[in-house]
Design a protein around this ligand. Structure first.
Ligand code: ADP
Ligand code: ZN
Length: 204
């Protein structure tokens, strides 16, 4: 993507989708390639998400990349080494509306900005600031997970615990991926499908 660009023009790439869809994996893959291309890379993630590591972004498949923790989007501008050419940002949905101006400023000043985040919340609503970033981006990728109820491609993050808070940081088992048909805003009430039952020995 974007390999036809010349000079030091900046741009914004967004990878979005539900939890477990491979956003962090894809972000890490792109940032590793930028390093191979000898670009100067810096990676940021919000304070909120230090579930697995404080100084790394970590995917559910345990891919890891060194990162810096920031308390807000504005802090990215303060912390940035201005020689950096590629700026990676994971869990961008936790950084709020301020990220829109920050990402624009970075891209306008010649940086390649790679952003990953949830596009919808636990109710299926657009999750700021990702929708606005999609409008400003040069490149958009939507990743899908596998529905844990039926096995179809899943675009939703299903909350499994009862809470009305927008952010419940993923304690183990608090969320799963669900498709359009199986997703239930709020706590799931539908019966389980055969897909969910443990496989027997003869199924392999
Ligand atoms: P995200 O950043 O979107 O939450 P990650 O990149 O952290 O996703 O993790 C993606 C990995 O999660 C997959 O490669 C797979 O190994 C694992 N995984 C666990 N549950 C699912 C699921 N329901 N659908 C797809 N992948 C899953
Ligand atoms: Zn489903």
């Amino acid at each position: 993507m974007m390999e036809v660009m010349h000079g030091s023009m900046g741009w914004i790439e967004v990878v979005c989708g539900p939890m477990f869809s491979g956003k962090s994996e894809e972000l890490i893959r792109r940032l590793r390639r930028a390093k191979i291309a000898r670009k100067r890379v810096e990676v940021f993630k919000p304070q909120l998400d230090d579930r697995y590591s404080k100084d790394e972004i970590v995917s559910h498949s345990d891919a890891r990349l060194k990162s810096e923790v920031v308390g807000s989007a504005a802090e990215i501008l303060q912390r940035l080494d201005w020689r950096t050419q590629v700026v990676g940002i994971d869990e961008a949905n936790f950084l709020g509306e301020g990220l829109v101006a920050v990402a624009s400023q970075l891209a306008d000043s010649g940086k390649q900005v790679l952003i990953a985040g949830l596009d919808t919340d636990y109710m299926g609503r657009p999750f700021a600031p990702i929708p606005e970033l999609l409008c400003l981006a040069e490149s958009i990728t939507k990743t899908l997970a596998i529905c844990m109820r039926c096995g179809n491609p899943a675009k939703h993050t299903q909350r499994l615990v009862d809470s009305g808070d927008l952010i419940v940081v993923g304690a183990m088992g608090a969320y799963e991926a669900r498709c359009r048909r199986c997703f239930e805003p709020g706590v799931p009430k539908q019966e389980l499908l055969p897909f969910t039952r443990p496989r027997t020995a003869e199924q392999g």
